[in-house]
Write a protein that binds this ligand. Structure first.
Ligand code: SAH
Length: 410
């Protein structure tokens, strides 16, 4: 193991090996390569497990190796799988391979004028609940599970070597902050190097942004829409743009940099809009930037009542279906937003509709959106439909969440 003097090492944590067998339905999922084993799927377990213990799943009939993963006593997803079909030693070399594989996938992105990317996307990169985002020279790790503490000393030096980052910030999910052992590590701990300022400036296809890596949502910014923001920027020359659910102005700032005449960022959070203002100021542009603090549904209706029109309307709401029983309401909200948006797009203008709810699949989302645009009396052409950017690979069905439709309204 390489020793890095300025790294905060975690105390040695004892790891046990567990052997489990599953119910047929659980076993079928594992054979398909699904990374989640729910607690009620486990029928046999040799010893009691603790967070991060290594678990080997055996075939009930043949007694052969099926998969291995880590034990999580704090989640209904009791075992999180990392390795399927072939046995492997889960050691520093194994992590190094996974991190290098992940980096290889992202390489084409780094050949663009971009220095911000997601290096590890949890399950989709075989490391369940482990997120690693890079903002220029700062690596932000966000953990959603206790399983990772015993392995951080192996993982961190590899992440630092691959990314070349000089600082690493650790962020912990709400669950990790409220339950279980975190070995002296806190949300916002600097675990490698120094952080001069908690707001870090970075580039996304030539456009400058900033993220508060200590206090911001998730790791400080939403990297996932990069490709869509670029596209909106390319469409924006001399246009009037409305960016609804704008957060820190991802779409707004790309539009301004792309030559938009006027951009309105609308969000319910005043703080997010202040970030959007700051982000716009980081870039040279001649457009007018206005922010509006409002509920999106009310704000859109108000614009309709005032008979406002925009050349481009972007609607990118938060996930409306965090739970299965919220799906039908989420679909209704998507429909309402598509209808409101359609009412605000000028003739031959573009409506951009996005969804980040994995429970509402792309096919359904596009169908709902298109039906609603038609119902609002507008004829339309589909310009494009996009899915994930390359730094958000899809490794299992639940990993697919982002979709975005571009519609030209006649
Ligand atoms: N489009 C953004 C990401 C959107 S995140 C980007 O490209 O980065 C979702 C945003 O929706 C958050 O900023 C949140 O404050 C905002 N939001 C949540 N509910 C809202 C509502 N009812 N009306 C307006 N904004 C809302």
């Amino acid at each position: 193991m390489v020793f890095l003097p300025s790294m905060k090492y975690v105390e040695d944590i004892d790891i046990k090996r567990l052997a489990v067998k599953l119910r047929p339905s659980g076993e079928r999922m594992v054979k398909k390569g699904h990374p989640w084993i729910f607690e009620d799927s486990i029928v046999k377990q040799n010893i009691k497990g603790r967070a991060g213990d290594l678990v080997i799943v055996y075939d009930t009939k043949k007694n052969s190796f099926l998969a291995c993963g880590l034990y999580d006593p704090y989640s209904p997803i009791r075992i999180k799988l990392m390795q399927f079909k072939k046995t492997a030693q889960i050691n520093e070399a194994w992590f190094s391979t996974k991190i290098n594989d992940a980096f290889q996938i992202r390489k084409p992105l780094l050949e663009t004028d971009t220095n911000s990317y997601r290096l590890l996307f949890g399950e989709n990169d075989n490391l369940p609940g482990f997120i690693a985002d890079v903002y220029d020279h700062v690596l932000v790790i966000k953990l959603y599970s206790h399983i990772w503490f015993p392995y951080l000393n192996w993982i961190l030096p590899n992440l630092i070597a691959v990314t070349g980052c000089s600082t690493v910030v650790l962020r912990l999910s709400r669950l990790l902050q409220s339950k279980g052992e975190t070995y002296g590590l806190k949300d916002g701990s600097i675990i490698y190097g120094d952080l001069e300022k908690e707001v870090v400036v970075f580039k996304e296809h030539g456009v400058l942004f900033s993220a508060n890596v200590i206090k911001g949502h998730k790791t400080g910014y939403f990297l996932d829409h990069r490709h869509n923001r670029k596209k909106v920027g390319e469409l924006a020359k001399d246009k009037r743009v409305l960016d609804v659910f704008s957060y820190a102005g991802g779409f707004s700032v790309h539009a301004l940099k792309g030559g938009a005449k006027e951009v309105i960022s609308l969000d319910i959070s005043k703080h997010a809009l202040e970030m959007a203002k700051e982000n716009a100021k980081l870039n040279n542009h001649d457009g007018k930037h206005q922010i509006i603090v409002a509920d999106a549904f009310e704000g859109l209706q108000k614009f309709i009542d005032e008979q406002k029109r925009f050349d481009i309307v972007v609607i990118d709401p938060p996930s409306f279906a965090k739970r299965e029983n919220e799906v039908s309401r989420a679909k209704k909200s998507y429909a309402r937003l598509a209808g409101l948006g359609a009412g605000l797009v000028s003739s031959n203008g573009v409506l951009v509709l996005a969804s980040c709810s994995s429970r509402v699949v792309a096919e359904d989302f596009f169908e709902i959106s298109e039906e609603q645009i038609s119902n609002s009396g507008r004829a339309f052409e589909i310009i494009d439909k996009t899915y994930h950017d390359i730094d958000h690979p899809i490794g299992f069905p639940e990993g697919a969440y982002l979709k975005c439709g571009y519609y030209k309204l006649i």
